[in-house]
Design a binder for this molecule. Structure first.
Ligand SMILES: [Zn+2]
Length: 197
């Protein structure tokens, strides 16, 4: 008997393993395995710019791939030897870059706690927005972030989206007061997902 072949759903074709096909892939060596059996339940929103407040260069990509030259800018000296990553970066123009497979544990949260549960890197996805704490973000970034959250929620059992500040209070302040949570919530209305600034 001949059967009609179902068209692949957008949710399925959007991914190859833990890599989102809409993103430009730049592999970071800064990742590890997630603890076995850990569900990916949380998305953490960050902001970053290098040097702070300067946009458009390649310093963030360099930082996440351990290729940042400490001599290239006075501010970079404090990042010497630092090994960090995030799963995604959204540039000011909305470009999406992925550094670590979502199946792996990226190094974005540091010492952190979500509702009494420590070690947020184990069970979260980290998304960096190119920006500065206290400053605003671009429309193109919200659009891309909204689409990325929809794709993530279609693949992983995401229960909440929160800020780095929320999971590391007193230590981190990003993405900061300029980030428009209501706008994001409106853009990515996801049933069962809480937005917790
Ligand atoms: Zn952060």
């Amino acid at each position: 008997m001949k059967r009609a072949k179902a068209a692949p759903s957008a949710a399925r074709t959007a991914w190859r393993g833990g890599w989102l096909q809409a993103a430009r892939r730049v592999d970071s060596p800064n990742f590890g395995p997630r603890p076995e059996g850990t569900a990916i339940e949380l998305v953490v929103i960050h902001s970053i710019s290098l040097p702070p407040g300067e946009y458009g260069g390649d310093a963030i990509e360099r930082l996440f791939t351990n290729r940042l030259d400490p001599a290239a800018h006075p501010w970079f000296e404090r990042l010497r030897g630092v090994q960090v990553s995030a799963h995604f970066l959204i540039r000011r123009d909305g470009e999406l870059i992925q550094f670590v497979s979502c199946a792996k544990r990226a190094w974005h949260a540091g010492e952190s706690n979500w509702n009494g549960r420590p070690g947020c890197n184990d069970f979260s996805i980290g998304i960096e927005l190119e920006g500065l704490e206290g400053e605003t973000f671009e429309e193109a970034q919200y659009e891309r972030l909204g689409a990325t959250l929809v794709a993530l929620a279609g693949r992983y059992p995401i229960r909440a989206v929160t800020s780095h500040e929320r999971i590391a209070p007193g230590r981190k302040r990003d993405p900061g007061a300029g980030f428009h949570w209501a706008g994001l919530r409106h853009r990515a209305a996801l049933p069962g997902v809480d937005f917790v600034p």
